[in-house]
Design a protein around this ligand. Structure first.
Ligand code: PLP
Length: 384
């Protein structure tokens, strides 16, 4: 048996949608991207959606659109993919981290409150905080928003895992409690475009800026030109941007997948519930989903009851030997060599470091079969 930890689901409809673009006049910068963006807005109830070639690009231009620049400070969680922190470094900002809550693996609001108090005294408050909805489970956004009103920082949600999720009365991506929100469309995520990202925001100015940044800083609408138009051929580069565009091929796949979002997320929740029931008596804990949160269950993460990294490694390799593609999401960012070079070290964020020594992601994806999940559960039980 060979079971990966995550896997895309591709339907005939997806294939037909992509082929239709290949047979059309535009492979990129055609009508497909705008159509996909309009569907995203409808689905997550945001005023604007800007697609990009990856969530990493989307995080980068989100930081720039919000005005992150050299010497600004940006905070995120150590338990995330490195892109959550790197996006701020791209802008010349300094990155710092807020440790996690042990039960959820999400940024701890009590630790954030303590860190903000100190930063306020030291006059080193962050310009932006990037909460990460680890495993598709939304952070405590109400509290984060309250703190942002007090301390004046902006919020970019790294919701790379969380499309299809909900928080209290809001859909993730609606930005009810944030300035901007980012989704990833990498094949292991909830829905895919091959590669791709989406930025949503209700702030029209930020959306406008992000659109410019996505495409070289080039403005093509004559009524927005700064200089006088001197012919039909003119466009203007107004700021320094990038080529972070999504192609129409990718957009067609993403849009076709979007119609199955709810069913994917329902299936993932079913799988989570079964893992929860069947592992109850084992020496481990699943990451909790707080009340009021509907998780997209991008990942099912267990925490072993020990903090013995040798035992952790052993469980890991035994599961791998049995064909079960477990993963660690994530090794703490601050202990990556690049971040150690910036001065971070062991002991800086204890809860995250413990997490790195006993967390493990079990396979979860819509096509995971009942008997495969049984096999995973039984194998895990035997090993532990
Ligand atoms: C996958 C991921 C990203 C980056 O997404 P890409 O689309 O691969 O660039 C960023 N943050 C988190 C938390 C992720 O899981």
């Amino acid at each position: 048996m060979k079971i990966p930890y995550g896997k895309q689901n591709i339907s005939n409809g997806d294939i037909e949608a992509v082929v239709a673009v290949l047979k059309s006049d535009y492979l990129t910068q055609g009508p497909g991207v705008a159509k996909f963006e309009a569907e995203i807005c409808k689905k997550v109830k945001s005023r604007n959606a800007i697609t990009t070639n990856s969530a990493t690009s989307a995080l980068h231009i989100a930081c720039l659109a919000i005005g992150v620049k050299i010497k600004d400070i940006v905070w995120t969680s150590p338990i995330s993919f490195v892109a959550s922190a790197n996006c701020a470094i791209y802008c010349g900002a300094e990155v710092d981290f807020v440790d996690i809550d042990t039960n959820t693996g999400l940024m701890s609001m009590s630790k954030l409150r303590v860190k903000l108090l100190k930063a306020h005294k030291d006059k080193k408050l962050p310009k932006v905080v990037i909460p990460v909805h680890l495993a598709g489970t939304c952070c405590d956004m109400e509290e984060l928003k309250r703190l942002s009103n007090i301390y004046g920082f902006k919020i970019i949600e790294d919701a790379s895992h969380a499309i299809g999720g909900k928080y209290k009365d809001s859909i993730i991506g609606s930005c009810k409690y944030s300035d901007m929100c980012v989704f990833s469309l990498h094949p292991v995520k909830i829905i895919t475009a091959g590669e791709g990202g989406i930025l949503t925001t209700n702030l029209d100015g930020n959306a406008e800026k992000a659109r410019l940044l996505r495409s070289h800083g080039i403005e093509k609408r004559p009524d927005k030109f700064k200089l006088e138009r001197d012919g039909e051929w003119k466009y203007e580069q107004q700021i320094l941007g990038y080529n972070y565009r999504m192609t129409d091929i990718h957009a067609a796949l993403g849009n076709s997948q979007l119609s199955r979002l709810e069913s994917f997320v329902e299936r993932r929740n079913k799988i989570y519930e079964k893992y929860w029931e069947k592992t109850m008596k084992m020496p481990l804990r699943l990451l909790e989903i707080p009340e009021g949160v509907y998780s997209s269950v991008h990942l099912v993460i267990i925490r072993l009851e020990t903090i013995d990294s040798n035992y952790h490694k052993k469980v890991f390799s035994k599961l791998r030997e049995k064909g079960i593609g477990v993963q660690l999401h994530y090794s703490p960012i601050h202990l990556q060599p690049y971040y150690r070079d910036k001065g971070f070290k062991e002991g800086d964020f204890i809860e995250s470091e413990v997490y790195g020594k006993n967390a493990l992601s079990l396979p979860v994806y819509p096509d995971l079969k009942e008997e495969e999940q049984e096999y995973i559960i039984n194998t895990l039980n035997n090993i532990l």
